[in-house]
Design a protein around this ligand. Structure first.
Ligand code: SF4
Length: 437
């Protein structure tokens, strides 16, 4: 695995949600009502027993709390920091209906799982070898969660990824003020510490290693390769230096260095959560003038409202009902050419203007990688997503899928749940009699 650069640009962004002290954790844990029909559990895609782990923190059993979390979600430490808890567990806490602050579930989860990481508590061991083998494509949370569960069942696993680092988008795409790359890699390494996981990094599937060879090598395959490159705008000036995809920019900033010293004005195109991350990151890294440009209304953006509110607090401005028509500049980009849109998102003639910018990031989606599976008979796609049943089974009896390539691009916690559950389905297929410890 390639080590991370020590001088990564992301390190300039401080932790946006500092951890709780033991005193704060105790006070907060004791506020939890321990609801029997806990809506917070229902809101968690991995169904963590939230009142159960909070009760353990309240009684001083932090190790037990960590175990409860990790039993359901082996990425419980990272999810504590990167989950949009405002629209998941915290958003459904009963305190919201009492006009009182909801329980800080994410921070309590971080408190317990950070303690487990610092103390080196390990709860899981690999099962007795079944002699069966699974190949997992992609080293992100879906594959890692599946691999961990498969190792508990005793199956042999090999993870293939075209990158030289583990963690997938958890490592390369999460906003650094939520979780820096080094912490994501460290968490992935703790997942891998169960042992027996073979890593084949720097291997592009199927270009370097085809499906036929993989199916011959393994009893089952898990597709967890995420999404592809940033979508581009085929408009005049799109090739100018200073125009780039937001996901690519964020990865460069997280794994290495980006030079923003000459960037006074930046425009991010899009209204989703990648756009929200990009504007917050640019503002946090000191770009004085950051604008988000979106073709619809402010209320119609798909990005989380709390993320946009946080961006505005950093001074980010929004330009709504504007659509890109080109990029201004000669040697490098000097601005984004836009045209106003009416309420029905139709362009209004004669309204073109230039939003001055030294950097334009495109956060308009990522390419779907469904074409990759063309050589896998029985594996179907719809809308760019790999079609599966609820357990992750594709139309090929030995191929399963989970994470962004299946769900189109959701949260880390969704990828973990899909990987974990697909591992159970794979275990059934493999016909092992090993028990989960
Ligand atoms: Fe505790 Fe809130 Fe969950 Fe109830 S809904 S168990 S108060 S965290």
């Amino acid at each position: 695995m390639r080590p991370l650069a020590p001088d990564r640009t992301e390190l300039a962004l401080p932790d946006g949600k500092p951890p709780l002290t033991p005193q704060q954790a105790a006070v907060e844990a004791n506020r939890c009502l321990g609801c029997t029909e806990a809506p917070c559990i229902r809101a968690c895609p991995t169904s963590i027993d939230i009142p159960g782990f909070i009760r353990r923190i309240a009684t001083g059993n932090v190790r037990g709390a960590a175990r409860v979390i990790l039993d359901a979600n082996i990425f419980g430490q990272g999810c504590a920091r990167v989950c949009p808890v405002e629209v998941l567990c915290v958003g459904d806490c009963v305190y919201n209906h009492l006009d009182l602050p909801p329980i800080q579930i994410g921070k309590l989860q971080r408190y317990a799982t950070d303690a487990a990481a610092e103390a080196g508590w390990s709860f899981y061991t690999a099962g007795a070898d079944t002699g069966r083998s699974v190949g997992l494509i992609g080293a992100g949370p879906a594959s890692l969660a599946a691999a961990h569960r498969l190792r508990r069942f005793g199956h042999r696993v090999t993870i293939y990824d075209r990158r030289e680092v583990v963690g997938g988008l958890h490592t390369t795409g999460v906003a650094p003020y939520k979780m820096p790359a080094a912490d994501a890699v460290a968490e992935a390494e703790r997942v891998l510490a169960i042992g027996g996981v073979e890593l084949a990094l720097g291997v592009a599937v199927p270009a370097a290693l085809g499906w036929e060879a993989l199916l011959a090598r393994h009893d089952a395959l898990f597709l967890g390769f995420g999404l592809g490159a940033d979508s581009v705008l085929a408009l005049p000036g799109a090739g100018l230096p200073g125009v780039e995809g937001a996901v690519d920019f964020i990865e460069r900033m997280k794994l290495g260095q980006v030079d923003l010293s000459a960037v006074r004005r930046a425009v991010v195109v899009g209204g989703g959560n990648t756009a929200m991350d990009a504007v917050r990151e640019l503002a946090g890294l000191g770009v004085p003038d950051v604008t988000l440009a979106y073709r619809g209304d402010e209320a119609g953006m798909s990005g989380y409202a709390h993320e946009w509110a946080a961006a505005k607090q950093l001074g980010v401005r929004g330009r709504f009902r504007v659509a890109p028509v080109g990029f201004a500049g000669d040697a490098r980009v000097e601005g984004l050419r836009v045209q106003a849109m009416d309420a029905a998102k139709r362009p209004i003639p004669g309204t073109e203007e230039t939003l001055g910018a030294d950097l334009v990031l495109l956060a308009i989606g990522q390419a779907r990688l469904d074409a990759l599976v063309a050589g896998l008979p029985g594996v179907e796609t719809a809308g760019g997503r790999i079609v599966t049943d609820a357990a992750g089974r594709t139309g090929h009896p030995r191929v399963f899928a989970g994470g962004d390539c299946r769900n189109g691009g959701r949260e880390v916690v969704n990828a973990v749940a899909e990987g974990r559950d697909a591992a159970v389905a794979m275990h059934e297929l493999l016909g092992s009699l090993s028990e989960v410890r």
